[in-house]
Design a protein. Structure first.
Length: 101
């Protein structure tokens, strides 16, 4: 089962993604509402995939991604982006593809 960490400052968006992904067989291993919390939860939960909101107060998703990647000592970058508003089938298809990499 593919483990996912959901990061978004909007609780309704985290809930929507959680329901959508669990309905499609993903395991939600954690949630975070900002970039700082995302970094902490990433290393606690060890997810296969992170859904990361880009625009969040305090630390953006891009800044959090850079710090996570820096701590892992690998090249900075994301595999793909999913633009809001999104459709369930698009999110599920992309995450399944990423999970099989």
């Amino acid at each position: 089962m593919i483990k996912v960490l959901i990061v978004d400052d909007a609780s309704f968006m985290r809930l929507a993604l959680k329901r959508m992904l669990e309905h499609n067989g993903f395991q939600i291993v954690g949630e975070a509402e900002n970039g700082v919390e995302a970094i902490k939860r990433y290393f606690e939960c060890k997810p296969d995939i992170v859904t990361m909101d880009i625009t969040m107060p305090g630390m953006t998703g891009i800044e959090a991604l850079k710090l996570i990647k820096q701590k892992e000592s690998v090249i900075n970058g994301a595999i793909t982006f999913i633009v809001k508003p999104f459709k369930e089938d698009t999110v599920v298809q992309i995450l399944k593809q990423i999970g099989s990499i």
